[in-house]
Design a protein around this ligand. Structure first.
Ligand code: IPM
Ligand code: MG
Length: 355
């Protein structure tokens, strides 16, 4: 298969971790006989420096012309004082919306070897943590009308959803649940928000075509509590854009391994954008310290969702699992006394275990 991949290394540790992910992809290409070509795109702070804007129309076009996008991270203190429209984060939002990537999958998995890194008690995570946050990514309050009054002393951000937007993401969640543990929990604030009531109505309707999947509902405040009380309750957690942003950070933390978690942003066809869920960690950029595993696992998601290459995806995931079992640890996941290796060496260790 020929794959044309757009690379968006971005800022901070982005280039460090994307480099390792590309080495892994190249080796997969060699082993399984796929041709992989890359085109690099500036987005985020680096694009602000070079082009004065976080994302140029040309960059978006290049991304759209590829089969899939691999993104490192964007942002950093250097650009924190920029006005809202010119912040590096705007590049991410522009890519998501410009590419129509309405469906965000954020798996949170507790690796048994790293259980000690979870801030939760051993008894709380004894049932395991293996959940998938399905976050709506191109609607809601992130993209609603926003503004200020003339005197600047009042501001608004509108949360709006259509039944169509809810239905398409709900189907993705139910489809995902079918190949998992067959439970969808819709997280909302239906006791207060009208948009949430539309979510419940619409998701309930979609659920009737999935009689084999159990649906339950949870208010977002309660869900944030249940996540730390009994994370094993959750299989697929379906939710709107902003709640998904917040809950996916919480879900990732309970696994203790924010440097390990990958994500996929998808639409109806096979195109997708893949990125680690962690940020750009500017304090450790370029120092060969960052954990590349989340980005490497993002390439596994890319192979699975954009190219239907399940065997190749599993090869990467299994190489990571074996490396962890063999004690491979970057600083963020090492316990006191464990040997810590750098970004490139971590890449080497995973490369060696690809079959
Ligand atoms: C995320 C991030 C982004 C978001 C920011 C950087 C715009 O927090 O991907 O979760 O809020 O969606
Ligand atoms: Mg976030």
């Amino acid at each position: 298969m020929d794959m044309r991949i757009a690379l968006v290394p971005g800022d901070g540790i982005g280039p460090d971790i994307v480099r390792e992910a590309v080495r892994v992809l190249d080796r997969i290409g060699e082993i399984y006989g796929h041709g992989i070509s890359y085109t690099e795109i500036d987005a985020g702070g680096i694009s602000i420096d070079r082009n004065k804007v976080p994302l140029t129309p040309q960059a978006l076009e290049k991304a759209a012309a590829s089969d899939a996008v691999l993104l490192g991270a964007v942002g950093g203190p250097k650009w924190d004082a920029m006005p809202g429209e010119l912040r590096p984060e705007k590049a991410l939002l522009g890519l998501r919306s410009g590419l129509g990537l309405f469906c965000n999958f954020r798996p949170a998995v507790l690796y048994p070897e790293l259980a000690g890194a979870s801030p939760l008690k051993e008894s709380t995570i004894a049932g395991g943590v293996d959940l998938l946050v399905v976050r709506e990514l191109t609607g809601g309050i992130y993209f609603g009308e926003k503004g200020r009054s003339e005197d600047g002393q009042s501001a608004y951000d509108v949360m709006r959803y259509t039944a169509g937007e809810i239905e398409r993401i709900a189907r993705k969640a139910f489809d995902a649940a079918r190949i998992r543990r067959r439970r969808v929990t819709l997280v909302d604030k239906a006791n207060v928000l009208e948009t949430s009531r539309l979510w419940r109505e619409t998701v309930s309707r979609v659920a009737s075509s999935y009689p084999d999947v159990e649906l339950d509902f949870m208010y977002v405040d309660n869900a944030s509590m249940q996540l730390v009380r009994d994370p094993s309750h959750f299989d697929v957690l379906l939710t709107e854009n902003m709640f998904g942003d917040i809950l996916s950070d919480e879900a990732s933390m309970i696994t203790g391994s924010i440097g390990m978690l990958a994500s996929a942003s998808l639409r109806e066809d096979s195109f997708g954008m893949y990125e680690p869920i962690h940020g750009s960690a500017p304090d450790i950029a370029g120092k060969d310290i960052a954990n590349p595993i989340a980005t490497i696992l993002s390439t596994a998601m890319m192979l699975r969702y954009s190219f239907s290459l399940e065997k190749e995806a599993r090869s990467i995931e299994e190489a990571v699992e074996r490396a962890l079992a063999d004690g491979v640890r970057t600083a963020d996941i090492a316990k006191d006394g464990e040997e810590r290796i750098g970004t490139a060496e971590c890449g080497d260790e995973i490369l060696r275990r690809l079959v």
